[in-house]
Design a protein around this ligand. Structure first.
Ligand code: EPU
Length: 432
């Protein structure tokens, strides 16, 4: 076991380079299964979720070669299995993309129900309905999703999503890419990673239009061919460094970003009094004075992302006045609150609303990461706090942030990765 040890209150200065987008990579890598040939995928982040996906691809029979630390070559020509083992798929949410990809390639998929961060109930009914609309029979038996296309293959159809689900939109795109005829997804999600998956599939010969709007049209093609593709930069990783500068202070250039994807985050930071300046494929973030209170409501893209809610809450703990946060996507995304309170934060949670009364200072404490973004928010709070903060269960954070310690050290932060004796880990309290 390892933990982070942070000595806070050191303003951040310098330049940080953003890695490839986790939530694009975890869909695009399984999508390589649809290709009867070789895909070279660049700008993949070095994070544990990506390592797991690559292991699943290998278990299924793909030839996976790391060309360099951020480029992988996947040859799916000889894949002959469509059963994703439980021990791998239960460790992450995104294993559900193997259902759409295997169904599209073989007309069969057996995938254990996905795991991932505990953010409340995380149903996959919309994924299942989409596969069924395409003609597949889908059963959930003994913890496994078993999907099977009819003999004549999947057939294009009209899919209306009751909620603009990221995962269901991507899974429907995967399965429909090689279905017969036209599929129209209505009320589709519009996140940048949806567009990235569509661009990847189109680069491999698919025919997908409208990704990034709420109506996506997919004309099925007989087969996909190999090619090279580079994954977009991670909107949430960039947002996390932006929030860190806001909370801790300093002047940082965040490179390798698509500033348009950051507008929803920049707007809120600017409302708090933080300077955000676009510089081509970088943004410069500076905190000059005090942070102002704001209200935040998380919404599907282009609204403020739920995956940035804990990080902005860390900033609001130190803002001038009382802020309101309204979580519009997940039912249980305030598990970090009990940890922030240990640092002196004043937060009340009532259902989906958190009321945060800004305090003059946070004090370092011993914390326990409870999910990926909550863990990232604890790092921000630790960097902004007086004294020493220790964060355990950092495997959650490493699921989604490449080289977090090195990147913050490069900005002048005093953060270290240290070995932790097993008996030091405190169970996370589930008070809120
Ligand atoms: N929903 C359903 N039924 C479904 C699918 C979703 O009711 O079949 C509901 C969910 O319960 C939730 C809402 O629809 O209330 C949105 O869920 P969505 O399907 O969009 O989420 P997801 O695909 O499971 C992805 C990201 C999450 C991110 C959400 C929202 C991946 C692997 N995960 O999850 O990322 O919070 O979209 O943007 O792409 C993270 O990176 O920390 C993370 C949790």
């Amino acid at each position: 076991m390892q933990k982070y040890v942070i000595n806070g209150k050191k303003p951040l200065y310098g330049t940080v380079e953003i890695s490839g987008a986790k939530n694009a990579a975890v869909a695009i890598l399984p999508a390589a299964l649809l290709v009867d040939g070789v895909c070279r995928i660049e700008n993949i982040p070095q994070i544990s979720d990506v390592t797991l996906i690559l292991r699943i691809l290998q278990e299924l029979g793909a030839d996976v070669r790391l060309i360099n630390k951020n480029t992988v070559q996947i040859d799916s020509t000889h894949i002959n299995r469509y059963h994703v083992p439980e021990k791998l798929s239960r460790q992450m949410r995104a294993s559900y993309y193997f259902i759409g990809a295997l169904l599209g390639r073989f007309g069969e998929a057996v995938v254990s129900m996905p795991g991932g961060c505990d953010l409340g109930t995380r149903p996959i009914d919309l994924h299942i309905k989409s596969f069924q609309s395409l003609g597949a029979s889908v059963n959930v038996v003994a913890g496994y999703v078993r999907a099977s296309a009819p003999e004549e293959g999947l057939k294009g159809t009209s899919i209306y999503l009751d909620q603009a689900s990221v995962g269901a939109t991507m899974n429907a795109m995967l399965a429909a890419s090689t279905a017969h005829g036209l599929t129209i997804i209505e009320n589709a999600a519009k996140e940048p990673h949806i567009v990235d998956l569509a661009n990847f599939l189109n680069a491999m010969g698919a025919d997908i239009m409208g990704a990034g709007t709420d109506v996506i049209r997919i004309r099925g093609v007989r087969e996909l061919h190999g090619g090279t593709y580079s994954i977009i930069p991670d909107q949430i990783e960039a947002g996390t460094y932006m929030a860190a500068v806001a909370a801790v202070g300093g002047d940082v250039i965040i490179k390798n970003v698509i500033p348009k994807h950051l507008d929803c985050i920049s707007a809120k930071l600017m409302e708090m009094g933080v300077h955000v300046e676009e510089m081509g494929d970088a943004v410069r973030v500076r905190r000059m004075g005090e942070l102002r209170r704001i209200n935040v409501r998380t919404m599907p893209y282009p609204g403020f992302p739920t995956d940035m809610q804990p990080q902005i809450a860390a900033c609001l703990c130190l803002a001038n006045g009382t802020s309101m946060v309204n979580e519009g996507i997940w039912e249980n995304r305030y598990r970090y609150v009990s940890e922030f309170r240990r640092m002196g934060a004043r937060i009340q949670v009532d259902g989906k609303v958190a009321v945060i009364e800004g305090v003059d200072r946070l004090m370092g404490a011993t914390l326990c990461a409870c999910d990926l973004r909550a863990g990232a928010a604890m790092v921000i709070a630790g960097l902004a706090a007086e004294g020493t903060t220790e964060i355990s269960r950092i495997h959650y954070i490493e699921r989604g942030y490449e080289k977090l310690v090195e990147k913050f050290q490069g900005l002048g932060a005093d953060i270290k990765l240290v070995e932790q004796p097993d008996d030091e880990t405190r169970p996370h309290s589930r008070a809120v």
